[in-house]
Design a protein around this ligand. Structure first.
Ligand code: 13P
Length: 255
């Protein structure tokens, strides 16, 4: 099964538009059997979009959560509250949240809350820059080690890892990463996951690519680099292009 996950970030700015985009993607996702479609949307939109999803196989997720289930934490959203609105996934450790000061230790605590409330964690890792000496391997290994420090060895089915090289994300990206860039890093990620969860469990954990993925470059990552799917920003708000990525993923033989 390939995972095609949309990260809507802080878009769109109205529920009406959110429903329109969601409806467009739902149409494409109909009849798709080899790709799991998940939309991680602004928290306010989770409940209405879960209702709109109805019996479709699409899932809805959040983009962050607090480690605690409740408390005097003005403006925060707990994983328990997310779950109660129908979310089944949560993105943790996105680079945009790390840039706001979130540490690996914070992320580790959040994974515990997500697990407690039966949300599947989509853990984001990725280096800021690529240096000539391979320092980025250490950066990503350290993120994995510290963010998964509290993640139980027997809970691997509750985890998805998304590799998002920061230099390849967003409209100011320096260049797009290549399937070879992803392949190399996915080997390192899986090696680390094997140390933590054991070889067999690690093999089953989806390792996704995220960073300026669109309908034109998706196929290379799926076929050449055997990505288990994608975490997609901008293009996930465009039902036509996102739909094309879903169709492509549905046409590729599972690993
Ligand atoms: P883009 O797909 O817009 O580059 O964003 C990537 C990302 O941050 C997804 O989480």
């Amino acid at each position: 099964m390939k995972f095609i996950i949309g990260n809507w970030k802080m878009y769109p700015s109205s529920l009406k538009e959110a429903k329109f985009i969601f409806g467009g993607i739902k149409k494409v996702a109909r009849g798709v059997t080899r790709a799991k479609v998940v939309l991680c949307v602004p928290a306010l939109f989770v409940a209405p979009l879960v209702v709109l999803g109805g019996k479709s196989k699409m899932s809805v997720g959040g983009q962050n959560c607090h480690k605690d289930d409740e408390g005097a934490r003005t403006g925060e959203i707990s994983s328990r509250a997310l779950k109660s609105t129908g979310a089944t996934y949560v993105i943790l450790g996105h680079s945009e949240r790390r840039a706001m000061g979130e540490t690996n230790a914070d992320i580790a605590e959040k994974t515990v809350g997500a697990l407690r409330n039966k949300l599947i964690t989509i853990l984001c890792v990725g280096e800021k820059e690529r240096d000539e000496h391979g320092g980025y391997f250490t950066e990503v290994s350290n993120q994995l080690r510290a963010s998964l420090a509290l993640f139980p060895r027997n809970a691997s089915k509750q985890l998805i890892v998304a590799y998002e090289p920061i230099w390849a994300i967003g409209s100011s990206a320096k260049r797009v990463a290549t399937p070879a860039d992803f392949r190399e890093m996915s080997i390192l990620i899986r090696r680390y996951l094997a140390e933590h969860f054991g070889k067999k469990a690690a093999f089953a954990i989806p390792v996704l690519y995220g960073g300026s993925v669109d309908d034109l470059n998706a196929e290379g990552f799926l076929r050449e680099a055997e990505a288990d799917g994608f975490l997609i920003g901008r293009v996930s708000l465009n039902p036509e292009k996102f739909g094309e990525v879903i169709r492509l993923a549905n046409s590729v033989k599972p690993r």
